[in-house]
Design a protein around this ligand. Structure first.
Ligand code: 13P
Length: 263
């Protein structure tokens, strides 16, 4: 069961094994354990082992990888698979991050195969969707994010989608210092929620473990804007890049989640 909000740190291609361990040690000092949120770190795959070892005393810290290939094993030089990520201690996998889509030409079909591979390995996908500035300015935001959502989950059964997560990351907000307003984020999240409700019937009130698919917001999140974004309707958490690379700012964002969101 995932406690909301979800605070996910995407370190991208930063923090090697020693720096990752040092980060976790420093973060733990600043952030007491808590059951009222879910914290997930996405180090580079090479740093997963040391980061997890540094977090051994903290069952409230979860780990994931930033990408996988869709085959389980074999002659795919340079790739890592979902079963290998699981062996290394990952529980979550980012799928279709905008940098994968735009810098590495990952297609909607690729994201579908990857989500399928992640679920097959018993891991949880976080499917990332988001429009470019051109798409936004031409009024295509809804079409783009819905296309990416439906494509990415197209090979999953409803019960697998029900256990997945989605991250809305407008491409124009990533690493730019330009954040979507809470109202903007809510609007797109509400669109995604309607589509998710069609893919997965809402949880029955009696089903204790059932939950709505959390929809995280990502794009220039900082300790200063985190509380307002988390308080916005349909924002179930945050996916943070730059501000997650420093233990103090990451701990501040996590603390905001506990204090400010009223959850
Ligand atoms: P920034 O927080 O650096 O804008 O990155 C967002 C992101 O891409 C997280 O996956």
């Amino acid at each position: 069961m995932i406690a909301l909000p979800v605070l996910a740190a995407n370190w991208k291609m930063n923090l090697g094994p020693a720096d990752a361990a040092a980060f976790v040690a420093a973060y733990i000092e600043r952030a007491p354990a808590s059951r009222d949120r879910t914290v997930i770190l996405f180090p580079p795959a090479l740093s997963l082992g040391t980061a997890r070892a540094a977090a051994a005393s903290r069952a409230d810290l979860h780990f994931g990888v930033q990408n996988v290939y869709w085959e389980d094993r074999g002659a795919f030089t340079g790739e890592i698979s979902a079963p290998l990520a699981r062996d290394a201690g990952a529980e979550f996998v980012l799928v279709g991050h905008s940098e994968r889509r735009h810098l590495f030409h990952e297609s909607d079909a690729d994201t579908a195969r990857k989500c399928q591979a992640v679920v097959r390995a018993g891991l949880t996908p976080i499917l990332c969707v988001g429009e470019t500035l051109d798409e936004r300015e031409s009024g295509a935001t809804e079409d783009v994010v819905l296309r990416q959502l439906h494509a990415g989950f197209s090979e999953l059964a409803p019960d697998a989608i029900a256990r997945a997560l989605v991250a809305y990351e407008p491409v124009w907000a990533i690493g730019t210092g330009r954040t979507a307003s809470p109202a903007d984020a809510s609007r797109t999240h509400a669109t995604l929620r309607v589509a998710l409700r069609r893919l997965v019937p809402p949880p029955a009130p009696t089903a204790g473990a059932a939950r709505d698919v959390p929809i995280l917001y990502g794009g220039s999140v900082t300790p200063d804007n985190a509380a307002a974004l988390l308080a916005a309707p349909e924002v179930g958490g945050l996916l943070v890049g730059g501000a997650s690379l420093h233990p103090a700012s990451w701990a501040a964002i996590v603390a905001t989640a506990s204090l400010g969101s009223g959850r």
